[in-house]
Design a protein around this ligand. Structure first.
Ligand code: AKG
Ligand code: FE2
Length: 447
């Protein structure tokens, strides 16, 4: 049978018009099979940038609702004024983190209040009670969490090209930086726990390999480390164990507060639910301490992340990081790590580029959270039930929110007006693709 060669005719076809005539299902059919690797990559890239645009638009819209909710609530009480500092924090989504500007004032009981209640993965992690200071009585838990969620800055566009085997490669592909994930009060509470753990380590109240201090002569080179979930060897140990997870050793389990941190990161779309960390290493750097150039061991899967506290420092990336002197390194790409930020290492950023932290300018703490490869788990490892089934935060729908109800009740004309004019995104549930749409029952079940 003769084939239909009309499609090869030199007459220019209107490809876009042809697409327009297809149904959703037909477009899926056309696009899902028989494409070459190049076309698949192009389509994947386009889908990724569409998704990113949606997320950016949503974050922007959510900042609007969060800001105007706060503004509206100011009217209720003269004490309930949103502080300029807190307003500045909203800038975080434009990638100018301001956490450092805040002081450690206020109660540090936020983690405690959450931790003292039974752990339930459907509940928001932590207490989003920063909002408490703007008179949040009428805001639903979802809106309080939304306010904090919107303050997280997200940056994924890192690029530095190196020549590898004759090809230009973005060695930073896969790096992501999230700012304002932990607020100053939360940072303070985490740091206090680290100090307590350090005291316990010094008093030999932690398991032998959990706590380790660099030897005196290594000052300026090493750092204090505290490991949870597994014991990890940086080099062949005295028993001949190779670098990596020591499977027949038992480590102290992750402290509850660290599990809350993990839940926060998964819930706020910082870490994927498919890669929930089950171990961590706390690095305590004194001024001048460093971590030399390395690639994290593959006994840990990707992505993994590091959270920064106490002092901002720079982390260097590149395939060829140079050791200039003790604690002095040089590399082609330098990234400052703001306090309370989470750096995600994945893809080339984790496995092609090495990273290192040159001697820090002041005392600094970082916590590196990693998921162990299933085939490398310690023999006596038991998973933490709190870290199973963590649900991602879904921005609340306007129709189900108590706040919206309150606005509807006509407590204030100003509220009505602002709600109508500024928060258009909440005017229709369909305005929330892809996060807000699918899960009305889920968002209910979180309460
Ligand atoms: O301190 C940091 O931010 C980096 C730590 C790190 O690279 C590691 O723990 O493997
Ligand atoms: Fe590392």
């Amino acid at each position: 049978m003769a084939g239909d060669y009309s499609r090869w005719s030199p007459v220019k076809r209107d490809f876009k018009a042809m697409l327009k005539n297809l149904s959703h299902e037909e477009i899926l059919e056309v696009l899902s099979e028989g494409l070459c690797a190049y076309c698949e990559e192009v389509i994947e890239g386009r889908i990724n940038s569409l998704n990113q645009r949606r997320l950016d638009e949503m974050a922007l819209a959510n900042v609007n609702i969060a800001e105007s909710s706060a503004e509206l609530l100011q009217g209720d009480s003269s004490d309930d004024v949103i502080s300029p500092k807190r307003k500045l924090n909203v800038d975080a989504h434009t990638h100018s983190p301001r956490v450092e500007e805040s002081t450690y004032s206020g109660s540090a009981k936020r983690f405690v209040s959450v931790l003292s209640t039974p752990v339930n993965n459907k509940q928001p992690t932590f207490d989003h009670s920063n909002f408490g200071q703007v008179g949040n009585a009428d805001l639903s838990e979802d809106h309080k969490e939304l306010f904090r969620f919107c303050q997280v800055g997200r940056r994924k566009d890192f690029a530095y090209y190196e020549n590898i085997d004759g090809k230009k490669v973005n060695v930073l592909k896969g790096l992501e930086l999230y700012t304002n994930v932990f607020n100053p009060d939360e940072q303070k509470e985490i740091v206090e726990l680290v100090y307590k753990l350090q005291r316990m380590g010094r008093n030999r109240e932690l398991r032998a390999r959990t706590y380790s201090e660099p030897r005196k002569w290594m000052r300026g080179k090493g750092r204090v480390t505290i490991q949870f979930g597994c014991c990890y060897n940086y080099a062949v140990d005295k028993d001949g164990n190779p670098p990596g997870i020591v499977r027949d050793e038992v480590a102290d389990p992750l402290p509850r507060l660290f599990k809350e941190m993990i839940k926060r990161m998964v819930r706020w779309h910082v870490l994927p639910p498919s890669c929930v960390p089950d171990s961590c290493i706390v690095n305590i750097y004194e001024e001048g301490d460093c971590i030399p150039p390395h690639i994290d061991h593959h006994d840990f899967v990707r992505p993994f992340c590091t959270v920064s506290f106490l002092a901002e420092c720079k982390i260097l990336f590149g395939t060829n990081l140079k050791i200039v002197n003790e604690g002095e390194f040089s590399g082609p790409f330098s990234l400052p790590l703001p306090l309370g930020s989470v750096l995600i290492l994945n893809g080339n950023g984790a496995d092609v580029a090495k990273h290192c932290v040159p001697g820090v300018p002041a005392k600094r703490i970082s916590i590196t959270f990693r998921k162990m490869d299933a085939s490398k788990l310690p023999y006596r490892y038991t998973p933490a039930p709190e870290l199973v089934g963590i649900e991602r935060f879904v921005p609340p729908s306007p129709n189900t929110s108590r706040n919206r109800q309150h606005l509807k009740d006509g407590k204030s004309d100003k509220r009505e007006h602002v709600a109508k004019s500024e928060n258009k995104v909440f005017s229709n549930e369909d305005d929330f693709p892809p996060l807000g749409k699918s899960t009305p029952s889920k968002s209910k079940s979180r309460r």
